[in-house]
Design a protein. Structure first.
Length: 131
């Protein structure tokens, strides 16, 4: 049995910028900032006598994150008139999200399922190679 706690911070800043497109259109993107703080707590329990060849373990835990930022706002100017593209939503919009997960590792293979407060369900499977 083991456990781990991970804390993460991500900060991103983008300056406003302009692009002149090939047809003479002008694309303007406003400046943007974003801050994301996350935490993950995980418990690991070995499954004894699963196989002589592969080690097996069960992992489970909880994840939480808080994001504070701004959506991307852009305008497109076409030969004399401006079309506002509006705000483009991003995965790190403001707010709090939390969830739980469970995973089974058998040798290098794993399968992981999770659910979060944004009502999203995820299932991942794959191989983990250590070198």
């Amino acid at each position: 049995i083991g456990s781990s706690l991970r804390l993460n911070y991500l900060g991103g800043w983008t300056k406003g910028h302009y692009y002149k497109l090939s047809g003479g259109e002008l694309l303007k993107v406003e400046q943007r900032h974003n801050h994301v703080v996350g935490a993950k707590f995980e418990m690991v329990q070995n499954i004894p006598k699963f196989s002589d060849r592969f080690r097996a373990r069960f992992r489970y835990g909880a994840e939480a994150s808080y994001a504070d930022g701004a959506d991307i706002a852009s305008d497109v100017t076409l030969s004399g008139f401006t079309k506002q593209a509006g705000d483009m939503s991003t995965p790190y919009d403001n707010g709090f999200s939390a969830g739980g997960f469970a995973a089974l590792d058998i040798g290098p293979a794993f399968i992981k399922a999770g659910f979060n407060s944004d009502e999203q369900v995820s299932v991942n499977a794959g191989l983990t190679l250590r070198f």
